[in-house]
Design a protein around this ligand. Structure first.
Ligand SMILES: Nc1ncnc2c1ncn2[C@@H]1O[C@H](COP(=O)(O)OP(=O)(O)OP(=O)(O)O)[C@@H](O)[C@H]1O
Ligand SMILES: [Mg+2]
Length: 264
């Protein structure tokens, strides 16, 4: 379980302090697929970077079960919107990279790489270089690269944002297929309400600090396995409408909250 307690993040420019988000409290469960949506600039990526340990919160704490999280660990892997594959390494070498860094013995490495090549559907492309692959395939290399390290928590920041609709749906299905097998905790950020509804067990709508900074959580009632036609169903459409309404409330407004900008 991941416990986020009173988490706030601010940064300073010159003599002013800007608050990105404030007092977020949240528990994400093992094996849960947790989505976060919210308007541009509300701090989604910053929150994920804090969870990954790339950024230090201004206040508050994060616990994985009882353990305080205060540094980077391969147990919390991040998938970025941009490709994070190494262009000079082949598909196989990209997937192997983290294992090599962790000095996993060659024989075991080979076995794991093979397993993940299969899982992300890139068998036959193991010796190709990223420039020889489509955007969707590169994203699958990225997934393989991250999953091969067997992280406990997968932090995904709009991973399919730059892909066309068909490729995106294929990857959504692939991700769910992998998640059903591995049952890792996934925290998934997206701009796309439909994507969150299709993938998530719960969805948080993160409000911009300038519209109050709420963090409103919705349960997604749709049973699994979910098929793509779920998106056409009336319940899905209704929930989509409710989320879009909440999303609109979450957008930046011109009311200046006193905590947003403070002189140092
Ligand atoms: N260390 C920092 N220094 C300066 N500004 C920062 C820092 N960290 C975050 N910010 C600012 O915090 C705000 C939130 O950024 P963030 O990237 O988290 O938003 P986001 O919700 O992911 O937006 P998008 O949907 O566009 O990706 C932005 O205004 C950004 O410039
Ligand atoms: Mg972002």
């Amino acid at each position: 379980m991941l416990h986020i307690k009173d988490l706030s993040f601010s940064y300073e420019i010159g003599k002013q302090k800007y608050t990105v988000f404030k007092n977020i409290n949240l528990t994400v469960f093992d094996e849960e697929f947790f989505c976060i949506i919210g308007p541009s600039g509300c701090g989604k990526s910053t929150l994920l970077k804090v969870l990954a340990g790339f950024e230090t919160p201004s206040s508050g704490k994060i616990f994985e079960n009882e353990k305080l999280i205060d540094s980077v660990s391969y147990e919390r892997a991040m998938v970025f919107q941009e490709d994070a594959v190494f262009p000079w390494l082949s598909v196989k070498e990209n997937i192997e990279y983290g294992l090599k860094v962790r000095k996993v013995p060659l024989e075991i490495r080979k076995k794991i790489v093979d397993e993940y090549l299969e899982l992300v559907g890139l068998k036959g492309f193991e010796n190709a270089y990223p420039r020889q692959l489509s955007g969707g395939m590169r994203k699958r290399v990225d997934l393989g690269r991250v999953l091969a390290n067997d992280p406990k928590i997968l932090l995904m920041d709009e991973p399919f944002g730059a892909l066309d609709a068909m490729t995106k749906e294929n990857l959504q299905m692939k991700l769910i297929e992998i998640w059903e097998i591995s049952k890792k905790m996934v925290i998934f950020i997206t701009h796309d309400v439909e994507e969150a509804l299709f993938l998530g067990d719960r969805i948080a709508v993160m409000h911009h600090i300038k519209s109050g900074g709420d963090f409103k959580i919705f349960d997604v009632p749709f049973q699994r396995p979910r098929e793509l036609y779920l998106k056409e169903e009336i319940d899905f459409q209704h929930m989509r409408r409710d989320l879009i309404e909440e999303f609109r409330k979450a957008e930046e407004r011109n009311c200046n909250f006193s905590q947003e900008v403070l002189p140092l």
